[in-house]
Design a protein around this ligand. Structure first.
Ligand SMILES: CC(C)(COP(=O)(O)OP(=O)(O)OC[C@H]1O[C@@H](n2cnc3c(N)ncnc32)[C@H](O)[C@@H]1OP(=O)(O)O)[C@@H](O)C(=O)NCCC(=O)NCCS
Length: 158
């Protein structure tokens, strides 16, 4: 990883509308007719993070309180719209935004994260401490791409 470049990345809380362009380009093939707004975006409990280089948003990650498909007794948030812009992928930016988001959410009492992870991104999630739920393979109704359910515990097992 290029530390000099990575250090220039700032992780910020942002209004979700600042993430729409990146969500659309990286996750929805830049299709202008597909909505990239989540119905929960403006909920007070939703949290949106951007990784920013200068004024440019290069990473998006949004979190919403949600019941988890596993260990549903834990206070859980769903991660959606995880994306790093094409030209800056593989520089550690996505993992850095996730790490800062997780630290923030732990401070809010969140115990676990879950997400529908694209099969092509599962290596990223496993590298950042997530686990794939066996047998959870499915096609996303939004993109028709293969996904698995993934989870990450943010608290120690007791
Ligand atoms: C998946 C994605 C968010 C990763 O972000 P990133 O900023 O490129 O990831 P990082 O550079 O922080 O990578 C962290 C680690 O994950 C690994 N990794 C990243 N993407 C990977 C992938 N697709 N497959 C396997 N491993 C991957 C990196 O090699 C790195 O490992 P290391 O710590 O051992 O060096 C980004 O590639 C992306 O936006 N992809 C297209 C959209 C997408 O699939 N989003 C996820 C939707 S569920």
């Amino acid at each position: 990883m290029d530390n000099e470049v990575s250090d220039a990345l700032r992780v910020q809380h942002v209004d979700p509308r600042r993430l729409h362009e990146l969500r659309r380009r990286v996750l929805r093939s830049n299709n202008p007719s597909i909505s990239v707004a989540d119905p929960r975006d403006d909920d007070e409990t939703a949290v949106h993070f951007a990784g920013v280089l200068g004024e440019r948003v290069v990473v998006s990650a949004s979190f919403y309180p949600d019941e988890s498909p596993v260990d549903s007794h834990l206070a859980t948030y769903q991660l959606r719209y995880m994306a790093t812009d094409f030209d800056v992928q593989g520089r550690g930016y996505g993992s850095r935004v996730l790490a800062e988001a997780e630290a923030f959410l732990v401070g809010r009492g969140v115990q676990q994260l879950w997400a529908n992870g694209r099969d092509t991104a599962l290596g990223f999630y496993e590298a950042t401490g997530w686990r794939v739920v066996p047998g959870s393979d499915h096609l996303s109704p939004e993109t028709q791409l293969p996904h698995h359910i993934i989870v990450k515990r943010l608290i120690d097992e007791d």
